[in-house]
Design a protein around this ligand. Sequence first.
Ligand code: ATP
Length: 360
Amino acid sequence: MSQYRIAVIGGDGIGPEVMAEALKVLRAVSGPSLSLSWEEAEAGAALWARTGDDLPKETLALCQATDVILFGATGLPNIRYPDGTEIAPQITLRLVLDLYAGVRPIRLSPGVPSPLAVPPGRTIDYVIFRENTEGLFASRGGGARVGDSMAVDSLVITRSGTERIVRRAFEWCQKRAGAPADGVRRVTCVDKANMFRSYALFRQVFQEVAREHPGIDAECAYVDAMSMYLTQSPWRYDVIVVENMFGDILSDLGAATVGGLGMAPSGDIGDRWALFQPCHGTAPDIVGKGIANPLAMILSAAMMLRWLGERRADAAATLAAERIERAVSTVLAAGTARTRDIRGTATTREVGQAVLEALS
Ligand code: ATP
């Protein structure tokens, strides 16, 4: 029997609301061949306001001691550091645990409304590889400010940091069936190499790694043009590799095309540890109303099981992931339990319940 211990961090805002539904689903897929147990730990802005610590050492120790981390969301608009920036322990975890690959599948499920006019026979199914530890985010907590008149942040690109994220993107692409439009395996590097030396290095390293993968179509695009292409013809894309800040922005854009942030799961994956969480934040505007879409969180739990299945060559974990994804697809295709963000009226719990029923 496979046994996994999971560190669970619900966090702030809607984090605990969507996490509750994901845990019910994980309980439902546990069984004689797959034992899943979890321990809950605290992190986030509310904790910081209460204790002065947003990521206690006990939480970090649990994350390091368990097999994997499942994370809700953290950060609240009314609780900020004195410099005005957000309390974001998930960003600290990316650095401390070296979770350098932000893997964000953008997939349109049958039955989910897209704001784009998707032509018949076409669909949206690509993956963004966001570099998670460098880029503009490397300046977080640093930078410089001169009174109220000037502030500076710097963007960091290293050869080694770029090489490893680009390699992961090509490896992932190799396992996929190609872009929906033409079935071609394609990795697209997104940057602003025409303007900045940092992005020029990112592109140069991408092109060097691309030469090691002659069977995969490798191309580059500037981020401004890419935001247009991703709304005009997203079906052309297969795998996208991108610097941290641009990846942050493009993944929200991508999520919007497949039903919104409530539909977009993600994994922050390193060589040793991994953390899975929805792409969305704490959604302060809907917290406590019971209307948050739990599907991004549930799909993140499925992604977690897929990662465990692959890492440990464990068919039981992979099978459980597939069951969850199928159950979510069934619920979406039926159209009976949908939250408001995807044009339904169901509550968070009703959608969680519908997934449980589809599982059984
Ligand atoms: P962060 O910067 O921490 O990622 P954000 O500023 O992008 O957060 P979110 O908290 O993700 O903001 O919310 C953006 C919008 O998306 C809000 O209107 C919110 O209600 C909506 N939203 C986010 N997650 C969900 C969800 N699971 N279900 C429904 N709506 C959501």
